[in-house]
Design a protein around this ligand. Structure first.
Ligand code: 5GP
Ligand code: ZN
Length: 141
């Protein structure tokens, strides 16, 4: 691997290769899941493809379909072990969205009734602009 390879300095690629430790919760041929080292809540899991892709937009569709099934499996286990009904399943795509590690990862964050943190703030967008935005998205799919 050359230094110009985007996965060379990638923390998650190092975890995949066993060069950095992790608290592993799931592994198969193509995917790995482990505890977030700085969890938002206990049981905060990250699921990653072993292959280095920066965002889900770079992933082949079949890998994308597979990873969501693993998210489902792990989410069920988390809800069961903590005896809770809720968790946030999150993908931060891009810097402004809070993506720090440029290797695809899906967060599963268990949520408890005692959580002190709130949900995202909301904005009021004028109806005309809402319609315009919806049309723009619809027409560029
Ligand atoms: P992002 O903000 O990119 O969506 O989330 C990256 C997450 O990876 C962060 O929540 C951070 O705590 C976690 N993380 C960063 N480095 C490591 C590491 O070396 N090991 C583990 N287990 N998690 C990490
Ligand atoms: Zn990587």
């Amino acid at each position: 691997m050359s230094n110009s390879d985007s996965s060379f300095d990638c923390i998650f690629c190092k975890i995949v290769k066993g060069k950095l430790p992790c608290f592993k919760v799931y592994e198969d041929k193509s995917f790995l899941a482990f505890l977030n080292v700085n969890p938002v809540n206990k049981g905060h899991v990250l699921i990653i493809p072993k292959k280095h892709y920066e965002t889900i937009l770079d992933m082949p569709n079949d890998a994308l379909s597979q990873i969501i099934l693993i998210v489902k499996k792990i989410t069920k286990a988390i809800l069961r072990i903590f005896n809770i009904d809720s968790c946030n399943i999150d993908i931060n795509l891009g810097k402004e969205a809070g993506q720090i590690v440029p290797h695809v990862h899906i967060h599963i964050i268990p949520r408890f009734s005692s959580d002190e943190f709130k949900e995202w703030p909301t904005k009021q967008i004028p109806e005309e602009e809402m319609q315009e935005i919806a049309n723009k998205i619809k027409n560029s799919l």
